[in-house]
Design a protein around this ligand. Structure first.
Ligand SMILES: *[C@@H]1O[C@H](CO)[C@@H](O)[C@H](O)[C@H]1NC(C)=O
Ligand SMILES: *[C@@H]1O[C@H](CO)[C@@H](O)[C@H](O)[C@H]1NC(C)=O
Ligand SMILES: CC(=O)N[C@H]1CO[C@H](CO)[C@@H](O)[C@@H]1O
Length: 500
């Protein structure tokens, strides 16, 4: 009885406790739900003060302009109308409305493009100390190294990002004087921002031991990048974010096109068209607006290259993808940040893709074979148009790569480059380039390396993994041969065989 009473009491006690527990859980759930719902139904509080959440208020302010922007783009003309690629999924964005970008306040030289192209190149430029500038050279090189056909599929947008008026006027005068034809053609556009776009740039929080001026400089660089990205986000399929002190590789457009086509891992967020200095990033434009918003929000946290790599990692695309040689080379020795001063040979690309015979189609038809076995690629790949290469295992003395022309051909010059970003050490340490010629009598002496090339004559020795040789013979060449002169521990990455 006693025990029964005890049990019943205990049970009742438990019931009370449990009921109270259940009530508490229900109450907490209700409160949490209410809090969550209230977030949706009450207007978010404005934050006009300098609270750390300033960026959120910026986002709120820009969602509305974005909706206007969308309406503004509905009636575009052109073959392929410009359209907001993410219009079905509204995401917070810091990008100003297209209607605003398409005013003389922002588009100050040239015009806001009408039709979508393959590529847009965005360059943010600020004046450097002592009047040094590189952007004219950068634009000149982009123009010179793009074929007329590819020019019709490209936009170059230069953002004059100084706050002060006078450097912008000087830059505009120089651009008009040098490139008026391309501005009129719609290839080149110069843009400017308006002060409201910029969050506070002074008293940036202390970090990394950077000086005040450096913190301001790197923070502004992030906002500058966001602005030009916003401008370009709807202009093309792919976007390159380029610094204002770079030159391009010859035929960089088809090279880039080829590199994009051959991406084996899809989708991708960002690829590096130059490695050493994070100064030429390529994005599919559907990611550009998100990326611009991301660097804008974190503008005072880190330098732009850290943010770029951070984004890649956060998105689970940590792997850096790059062509085996850079398509852009850094030329600026004088930073726009005065305290960085002048630095000689800073951040030069060790593997800059300086040649383009493959892309210009001179490499005459030939079959390419090798005595070495392959880690990746075939010997032919290093010779054919495209970003292919031949990565050979264990080069030994007397190993060779043999190029036999389908028909004997007069050769003016040969260039061969070995090594790459993917295998920096794998250059030909010791090797010769040779050629065999059609003899005047027409007879061909067979040599040991079959294929009936005839006797070989020395053209040049490899130096730092490269050889360039003018042939200087009027006789037609039957074969070219790369011969390995010494065993080497490193493998051999043959990236480029160009024949003029
Ligand atoms: C930009 O403005 C011009 C002139 O007002 C107009 O003709 C053009 O359609 C506009 N372009 C876009 C993309 O809004
Ligand atoms: C051809 O090969 C043989 C044996 O493999 C060698 O003794 C000879 O020197 C080679 N001749 C030439 C021209 O390389
Ligand atoms: C092949 C070609 O046109 N190359 C040009 C690339 O750009 C540089 C800089 O403007 C020129 O010097 C090259 O001639």
């Amino acid at each position: 009885m006693f025990s029964l009473y005890r049990i019943t009491k205990a049970k009742r006690f438990c019931l009370q406790i449990c009921a109270r527990k259940r009530f508490t859980v229900a109450l907490i759930t209700l409160v949490v739900t209410l809090i969550i719902l209230s977030r949706f139904f009450t207007p978010a509080k404005r934050q006009d003060d300098n609270s750390p959440d300033e960026t959120i208020s910026v986002l709120e302010k820009t969602i509305i302009p974005r909706q206007i922007a969308r309406r503004g783009t509905e009636k575009l003309s052109g073959v392929e109308p410009l359209a907001d690629s993410t219009s079905s999924k509204l995401r917070p964005s810091i990008c100003p409305a297209v209607v605003l970008m398409n005013t003389s306040k922002v588009t100050t030289l040239g015009r806001y493009p009408k039709a979508k192209r393959f590529l847009s190149i965005g360059i943010a430029s600020v004046a450097r100390p002592a009047g040094t500038n590189y952007f004219l050279q950068t634009i000149q090189s982009l123009i010179d190294n793009t074929s007329d056909m590819d020019k019709k599929n490209t936009y170059i947008v230069i953002f004059l990002a100084d706050i002060a008026e006078s450097p912008k006027s000087t830059a505009k005068a120089e651009l008009s004087r040098t490139f008026s034809k391309y501005i009129d053609d719609g290839l080149l556009t110069a843009i400017e921002a308006y002060p409201e776009f910029y969050p506070p740039l002074n008293n940036i929080k202390k970090k990394y031991g950077d000086s005040d001026t450096r913190r301001t400089w790197r923070s502004k660089e992030n906002v500058d990048a966001a602005f030009v990205m916003c401008y370009c986000k709807d202009l093309s399929q792919y976007y390159i974010h380029l610094e204002d002190d770079m030159i391009s590789s010859p035929s960089f457009f088809p090279k880039l096109e080829n590199f994009i086509e051959t991406q084996s891992v899809k989708p991708w967020l960002m690829i590096d068209a130059a490695i050493k200095c994070s100064k030429a990033k390529v994005f599919p434009t559907e990611h550009v607006e998100n990326f611009a918003s991301y660097i804008y929000v974190l503008y005072d946290e880190s330098p732009i290259d850290w943010l770029m790599n951070g984004w890649r990692k956060l998105k689970g695309h940590g792997e850096i993808r790059s062509p085996s040689a850079s398509l852009f080379q850094h030329i600026g020795d004088q930073s726009s940040l005065a305290e960085k001063g002048f630095s000689e040979n800073l951040q030069r690309e060790p593997f800059f893709d300086q040649y383009d015979q493959k892309y210009r189609g001179r490499n005459p038809p030939a079959s390419v074979i090798s005595s070495m076995s392959s880690n990746e690629g075939k010997p032919q790949d290093a010779y054919e148009k495209g970003s292919g290469y031949f990565w050979a295992i264990n080069p030994r003395k007397d190993d060779y790569v043999l190029i036999k022309f389908n028909a004997p051909t007069v050769v003016r010059k040969v260039f061969i480059d070995t090594g790459s970003y993917h295998s920096r050490q794998d250059v030909l340490r010791s090797g010769d380039l040779e050629a065999s010629f059609e003899s005047t009598a027409g007879e061909v002496k067979p040599s040991n390396i079959s294929n009936h090339c005839g006797e070989f004559k020395f053209l040049g020795a490899f130096n730092k993994g490269k050889v360039e040789s003018s042939v200087g013979e009027s006789r037609s060449v039957i074969c070219l041969r790369i011969t390995v002169l010494q065993n080497q521990r490193e493998w051999l990455y043959i990236r480029e065989i160009d024949v003029w």
